[in-house]
Design a protein around this ligand. Structure first.
Ligand SMILES: [Fe+2]
Ligand SMILES: [Fe+2]
Length: 182
C-alpha cells in the first residue's frame, strides 16, 4: 500500500462524520436547542481523529519528509496552504468549544455554535479535495518505493501511539483536577 492510502481512507471517515455534523447543525437551527454531548463528541472526533491523528501524520511525517525534497513552487505553495488550513480548523474548533461553554453557562451562543459547525462542514471537503485531487498523487513522485514503505510504517507506528496518548492525557487531566480539589 502507498502511504497516501491510509490518509485517503481517513478522509472518507472525516466526510462521514461531517455529514452527521451538518445534519445536526440544521436540527439545532430548527429547534433552537443544542445537545452539548453531541458538540463534545464532534469536538473529540475533530481534535483526536481529524487533527491529532490525521493532520498529525500529514504534518509530522509527510510534510517533514517533503521538506527534505526539492519541491516545485506549486507544491511549496500548496503545503503552506494546507498547514494554514489545519490551523484554521483548530481555531474554529477552539471557538466551538468556547461557544459551547458559554451556552452551558446560560449565555446566548447558539448562533456561534451553528456557525462553527457549518464552517467546519464547508471547510473540510474543500481541504480534502485539494489533498486528494491536487496533491497526494503528484507528491508521491518525490519518493522512492523504499521511502514510501518507510513512511507507511511510520504512519502505522504514529497511529499505534495515538490511543495511548489520548487516554494518558485523560488520566493526567483527571488526576490534576482531583489534586486541585484536595
Ligand atoms: Fe490536511
Ligand atoms: Fe488530509
Amino acid at each position: 500500500m502507498k502511504p497516501i492510502g491510509p490518509l485517503m481512507w481517513e478522509h472518507r471517515m472525516i466526510e462521514r462524520m461531517l455529514a452527521v455534523v451538518g445534519r445536526e447543525a440544521g436540527r439545532i437551527n430548527r429547534s433552537g436547542k443544542v445537545d452539548p454531548l453531541f458538540v463534545d463528541a464532534a469536538v473529540d472526533f475533530i481534535r483526536t481523529y481529524a487533527d491529532r491523528t490525521h493532520h498529525g501524520k500529514e504534518e509530522d511525517i509527510l510534510f517533514r519528509e517533503l521538506a527534505k525534497k526539492k519541491l516545485s513552487a506549486d507544491h511549496i505553495r500548496i503545503v503552506a496552504e494546507l498547514v494554514q488550513e489545519h490551523a484554521f480548523a483548530r481555531k474554529t474548533v477552539g471557538r466551538l468549544v468556547a461557544a459551547k461553554e458559554r451556552h452551558l453557562k446560560g449565555s446566548p451562543a447558539l448562533e456561534e455554535i451553528v456557525e462553527c459547525l457549518e464552517t467546519l462542514v464547508s471547510f473540510y471537503p474543500r481541504h480534502i479535495e485539494k489533498e486528494d485531487k491536487h496533491f497526494f498523487f503528484p507528491i508521491l513522485e518525490y519518493f522512492s518505493a523504499a521511502e514510501q514503505d518507510a513512511m507507511l510504517q511510520e504512519f502505522n507506528e504514529f497511529d499505534r501511539k495515538m490511543i495511548h496518548e489520548k487516554y494518558g492525557k485523560l488520566v493526567e487531566r483527571l488526576t490534576a483536577e482531583e489534586n486541585s480539589r484536595t
